[in-house]
Design a protein around this ligand. Structure first.
Ligand code: 15L
Length: 271
């Protein structure tokens, strides 16, 4: 059985992936925050803004699923530490430890300034909608370099939004169910001929803004479609006066300077 390192494992996506992949792989779950690994799997606490931590956790694994980082728009210093410096540490530590394969969940926000009336595929040039989106483009560029220069096998998933159900109108286009993201990550781990690939992390949504042909070519067969939730989602959607957010794929990331960070410590709790 392959040993897979998941960084940022305490976050939402990490929690879904742990549950969905625990029978298929031996997981090494890593995060800055403490978490309880399920039986038969391991936890390794690490802060990837430190190279020594990145080197320790990438030793002896078959592949890395690098979720760790700052996951929304926010202050440059936080994004710099987590998504630029931390991302570099993970790629470089994997290379030094001889780990060939990296699955890098990038984001729809790397291309969020494409308009909603456009369908884009994996070949479009980046159009980030935020500092966060820029940091994801950095990760994509770094992955491309490590594939071409060092022969690493890099699988980029531009994730939409992982959730048990789509939460609003924008997410009807971007949604991916936990079982579909787990399947797509497994394609990234298992496909025999990955050099550098970009795919979109969405379910088979009728309202998709992406042509996900590259994911289908590599064997992804999504089982879910957000359309079954469309009526209830649209019924509770509040009208918005933000014309830029409404007409671009990245939504409020195109206009906001900060989006609430789901990984932030709750108020009143000590760090
Ligand atoms: C992302 O990239 C974020 O990591 C996630 O928290 C969501 O905000 C998602 O995009 C989204 O666009 O819904």
């Amino acid at each position: 059985m392959k040993t897979i390192l998941i960084t940022g494992a305490a976050g939402d996506v990490g929690t879904h992936l742990t549950r969905e992949l625990a029978d298929k792989y031996k997981l090494r779950l890593s995060d800055k925050r403490k978490l309880k690994a399920p039986k038969g799997h391991a936890f390794a606490r690490a802060d990837i803004s430190r190279m020594s931590d990145a080197l320790r956790i990438t030793k002896g694994v078959d592949a890395v699923v690098h979720l760790g980082g700052y996951s929304v728009e926010g202050p440059w210093e936080a994004i710099l530490q987590a998504n630029i410096i931390g991302c570099y540490h993970v790629f470089e530590a994997a290379r030094r430890n001889g780990v060939k394969r990296i699955i890098f969940p990038t984001s729809n926000h790397a291309v969020g300034f494409y308009r909603r009336d456009q369908t884009i595929d994996h070949r479009v040039y980046p159009k980030p909608d935020s500092r966060y989106g820029v940091s994801k483009v950095f990760g994509e560029a770094l992955g491309s370099l490590y594939a071409d220069k060092y022969g690493m096998q890099v699988f980029m998933i531009r994730i939409g939004n992982v959730n048990p159900k789509p939460i609003d109108k924008r997410r009807l286009s971007l949604w991916i169910s936990p079982r579909d993201i787990a399947q797509l990550v497994a394609v990234g781990i298992e496909h025999p001929h990955v050099r550098f690939e970009i795919v979109y992390g969405i379910s088979k949504n009728k309202r998709a803004w992406y042509d996900n042909a590259n994911a289908y070519r590599l064997g992804y067969k999504p089982q879910d479609d957000s359309e079954i939730y469309a009526e209830e989602v649209l019924a509770r959607e509040k009208p918005s006066s933000d014309a830029i957010a409404e007409s671009h794929q990245g939504g409020v990331f195109c206009t906001a300077e900060a989006v609430p960070n789901p990984a932030a410590p709750k108020k009143g709790r000590r760090k």
